[in-house]
Every structure is written in C-alpha cells, then in structure tokens.
Design a protein around this ligand. Structure first.
Ligand code: KDG
Ligand code: MG
Length: 408
C-alpha cells in the first residue's frame, strides 16, 4: 500500500483551518489538522515544501516509522510549526489505519473506558453579571463544567478570553483580524484584587456541584500566581490554568508550596520534553497539550501514558484554534485514556463548521460521545472548502500600562 498524494487546504468559517488530506493507492484517505493560530501559512508551507514530498510512495500503515523519519530526520528538531505539521500527518495516518481496520480509533487504543467524556465550555462576560448570565446559559444546556473569564473593573482593555454577548452567539471583544496584532493593556494588581472575589461569587451563585475552571493565561509572576492560587483555594476550582508562564518550570514549585489548587498547564507545549519534568515531579494536575501540536496521536499517547504514571490527568486544549479533526483525535483518546480528566470544547456545532467537517460525533448534556465510524469519524467536504481562503489574522499581544510588553 502506498501514499499517492497529500493536499493541504487553508481556510474555514471564521478560522484559517489547515487541513491535510493524505490519499493512497487503495482509495482510502486520511485527514489531519495542522492549524496553528496566527501562523497558519507556516505549517501549510512546511507540509507542502518539505514533508509531503517525503511522504509520497511510503506505506501509510507504518505510521511509527514515518513519525520517526520526520522527527529524527529533521536535524533541527521540534518547535510548534514542525510538530503541528507532523501532527497532521500522524493523525491522518491513524485515520487511514482505523479505516483499514474498519474500527473507530478508540478501539485501536484499547477500547472505551467511559461513555461520554466530560467537557468544559467557555463562559465569558464583559463584567461579572454578564459572566453569570453566560454561566447560567451553559448550565441550562446541561454543561457540568464551565471556564469563567470576565472583564476586570478599571482594566483599560478586555482581559484574556472575554466576550461581549451570551450563549452560543459570542464574539470575543478582541479583534483577531489583520496581520499586525491588536494590543491589550493588562494590570496584574487590578486582576488580583478583583478575580478571587468574583470566583467566590460564581461559586456561591451556582453551588458546589458545578466544576469551575479559570484561565490566567500566563499573566502572573510566579510569586503572584502562588498568592492567587492560595487565595482562590476556598472556591474549590476544578482547575487553575496557566497561572504563570511554564518557561521557568522550577517556579511552579512555588505555587505548589502555597496552594493545593489543581493546576492545568501545557497548551503551548509541543513535545514530551517540555512536560516530562512537570509530570514526573507532579507539579501539575492536568496536562493541556493539543494532540496535533505535539506531533499527533503517536507522541500524545506517550505523554498521556507518562502522565498516567504520575497522577496527572488529561485536559486537552480545544480552543477554536483546532479544527474538528484535532478534536476528533482527542475525542478518541478521551474515550480510551485511563487518566482522562476533561476536554475543552468549542469547535464543533456551527452549521458552517459541520458542513465543512461532517461527523457523527455528538455532544449531549456536557458529555462528548465519540462516533463509531471507522478512523477519526470526521470527513472533509472539499466543495465546501472551496468557499474559503486564508484570511490574515493574529493573536493579540498584551502590554502593561507603562508600555512594557507582557505575556499574552
Ligand atoms: O491559540 C491560542 C488560543 O487557543 C488560546 O489563547 C486559548 O488559552 C486558551 C484556552 O485555554 O483555550
Ligand atoms: Mg488557556
């Protein structure tokens, strides 16, 4: 069996999804996602110029050898672009493997460990009242876990992840269009004075059962993060995400020494080498890697297994930066992984997105039910894809009030 062609598509409804389709001489094809927010043309170019020419003629069933060829064969290893590009290839090869076996991918991993995987939704508000309405909307839809982000009084611009309306019709206040990033102003002191009380009010309003998550989005210094984590302990968060950048990994010890709040980190990591020490030293509780950005299923499984040995659960990244193909790869891992925790959920559900990526995956009452179709269980409609093209866009940057560039 041989790979005969591989095509790369860039575009989608409101997002520059980078979609890879690998074709074979047996008519079976596989799909993968190489979307990387704000850098989409780079994974597309890496695939088209370097990886695809090296794929043609290979046996698609040898996904491990192909992974090793691209990883070890690239003398300058890793990095987000390379790993996301192999990630798309790897997921597409697993899709082919599942279709050849006539089995959904979770069966190839070891079968289902659960029916329905817990997901969390994004509730946001320009202010706390607006956020409370947004949380209430998700609770009414049956969600059991909700991430909460709201505007901070007096903060000159929106804080991370805030949207201006409720329910499923939300627009992030930040404008992601244009190649030059928008700039937001951040103030850690205002945030630290306001947010612990706001989280306590959310807990008081929604009671003990709701799983509440909060994303600090790398904005605090390690000492501030430790103080914040200590202060929010009574809220009993399901997790506190990215309280400080994980570049300085030893700094996370400071948070652990001062608080038992569960920590979720890793959405910007692209290999096991960025999280093995955090996992082995049990400095985190949830590993947030997105499957395609860590080189696909082959490498993600190694991270999941290592995490399982150290009581670290999965909480795969699922922001709209990933297409339903990445989400499907994660859904199959979520169905199987003995150390599954929760899945971030945003992508599936809009009619345009469903038309581009048809699938039988189903969300019900805050649980994700993986499809039993062979392979990933998601297709890609090339006629729909022809409606879209690359739109220049960029993630914003953050500055302090005095102009100092900060962590976004
Ligand atoms: O691409 C960057 C976004 O996906 C990221 O900012 C979202 O922090 C995020 C999250 O937790 O989903
Ligand atoms: Mg995050």
């Amino acid at each position: 069996m041989k790979i005969t062609d591989a095509k790369v598509f860039v575009g989608g409804p409101g997002k520059n999804y980078v979609t890879l389709k690998i074709e074979t001489d047996q008519g079976v094809y596989g799909l993968g996602d190489a979307t990387i927010n704000g850098r989409e043309t780079m994974t597309a170019t890496y695939l088209r110029d370097y990886l695809v020419p090296n794929l043609i003629g290979r046996d698609p069933r040898n996904s491990e050898d192909i992974w090793q060829f691209f990883y070890r064969g690239a003398y300058f290893r890793r990095g987000p672009i390379a790993m996301a590009a192999f990630g798309a290839i790897d997921v597409a090869l697993w899709d082919i493997k599942g279709k050849l076996a006539n089995m959904p991918l979770y069966q190839l991993f070891g079968g289902k460990s659960r029916e329905g995987a817990l997901v969390y939704a994004h509730a946001t508000g320009a202010d706390l009242e607006d956020l409370m309405d947004s949380v209430a909307w998700y609770v009414e839809q049956g969600y059991k876990a909700v991430r909460v982000q709201c505007g901070i009084p007096g903060m000159p611009s929106a804080s991370y992840g805030v949207a201006d309306s409720k329910g499923d019709n939300r627009n992030y206040i930040t404008d992601f269009s244009g190649i030059r990033p928008k700039e937001e102003i951040w103030d850690s002191e205002r945030y630290m004075r306001y947010m612990p009380g706001a989280l306590a009010e959310i807990r008081a309003r929604f009671g003990p059962e709701l799983k509440i998550l909060h994303d600090v989005h790398h904005r605090l210094l390690p000492r501030e993060a430790a103080e914040f984590a200590k202060e929010v302990e009574p809220v009993r968060l399901y997790w506190l995400e990215d309280p400080t950048p994980a570049d300085d990994q030893d700094a996370l010890k400071l948070i652990r020494q001062h608080s038992t709040v569960p920590l979720a980190i890793g959405e910007v990591f692209n290999s096991i080498w960025e999280c093995n020490k955090l996992i082995e030293n049990e400095l985190i509780d949830f590993i947030r890697v997105p499957v395609t950005h860590v080189g696909g299923i082959t490498h993600a499984r190694r991270i999941v297994d290592l995490a399982g040995l150290h009581n670290v659960r999965t909480g795969f990244h699922g922001a709209p930066s990933h297409s339903p193909l990445c989400m499907a790869a994660q859904a199959h891992l979520n169905a199987w992984a003995p150390n599954f925790g929760i899945q971030e959920y945003l992508v599936l559900g809009t009619p345009e997105c469903d038309a581009l990526f048809p699938s039988e995956h189903r969300m019900d009452q805050g649980l994700f039910h993986v499809s039993d179709a062979p392979g990933l269980g998601v297709d890609f409609d090339e006629t729909e894809a022809a409606r879209y093209s690359y739109e220049p866009g960029s993630l914003p940057v953050a500055r302090l009030e005095d102009g100092t560039l900060w962590n976004y």
